[in-house]
Design a protein around this ligand. Structure first.
Ligand code: ZN
Length: 223
């Protein structure tokens, strides 16, 4: 089994009326053994970027990862997920049964939702203070934690809503936030995970061209 870097872009070529995914641009088509030359522009190799980022390098983001293991190792599609909010300097604030954690590591392979436009200087400047003050509240003490109703998601979304209302914007409930910001990204990630695992096993992955949906879904930003 071949191991790939989780931030590696995969390569898609079109040959034999199939889409074939590789970890690199191949010389030959694995189906017909012919040389892969691009006579037509639409057959040129396409790069499929990894949907995962190192959360410690993302500022002011909402992060999502499996509670244990990583998306590419150990995640089966139903595993428990954990979420957090990043500071401007690599700390991932998150809430669990032990209270508030300020993670310096462990969030290296995440799905992220950037929350702030890079030119929102006033908000960026205040962000770490907001996050720290918000996290000091009594409702985030360990004894207040309840797995299904007062959990990591409650913490992250309540913080997001505080920021939204400070910006004079409308708050969001869990399903609005999840549908608009999280699901488009998890959908992309789940496709990538499938392709990644098949490539690790077999060296490449083949799908019928017609089955491929248009993957140009736009990714929303909160503010
Ligand atoms: Zn071929």
């Amino acid at each position: 089994m071949q191991l790939l870097d989780s931030e590696t872009a995969l390569i898609k070529i079109s040959h034999c009326k199939k889409d074939i995914f590789f970890p690199y641009v191949p010389k030959y088509c694995p189906l017909c053994r012919q040389s892969v030359s691009c006579r037509r522009l639409e057959d040129a190799p396409v790069s499929i970027p990894s949907p995962f980022v190192n959360g410690h390098r993302e500022k002011c983001s909402f992060l999502l990862k499996p509670t244990s293991g990583t998306f590419l190792r150990g995640y089966d599609g139903n595993s428990d997920l954990h979420v957090g909010i990043t500071s401007t300097n690599g700390l991932v604030y998150n809430y669990n049964e032990t209270g508030i954690n300020r993670g310096e590591h462990g969030w290296e392979q995440c799905i992220n939702v950037p929350l702030v436009q890079p030119d929102m200087y006033a908000l960026l400047k205040q962000w770490d203070t907001y996050l720290e003050q918000f996290s000091a509240a009594e409702i985030w003490r360990p004894y207040r934690y309840e797995e299904h109703v007062h959990n990591c998601y409650t913490y992250a979304l309540t913080f997001i809503n505080c920021v939204l209302s400070a910006q004079g914007k409308q708050q969001m409930n869990k399903s609005e936030f999840t549908e608009k910001f999280v699901i488009p990204r998890t959908r992309k990630a789940s496709k990538y995970i499938t392709v990644y695992k098949e490539i690790c096993k077999n060296g490449f992955y083949v799908v019928d061209r017609l089955e491929q949906e248009n993957d140009s879904s736009t990714e929303n930003r909160l503010l």
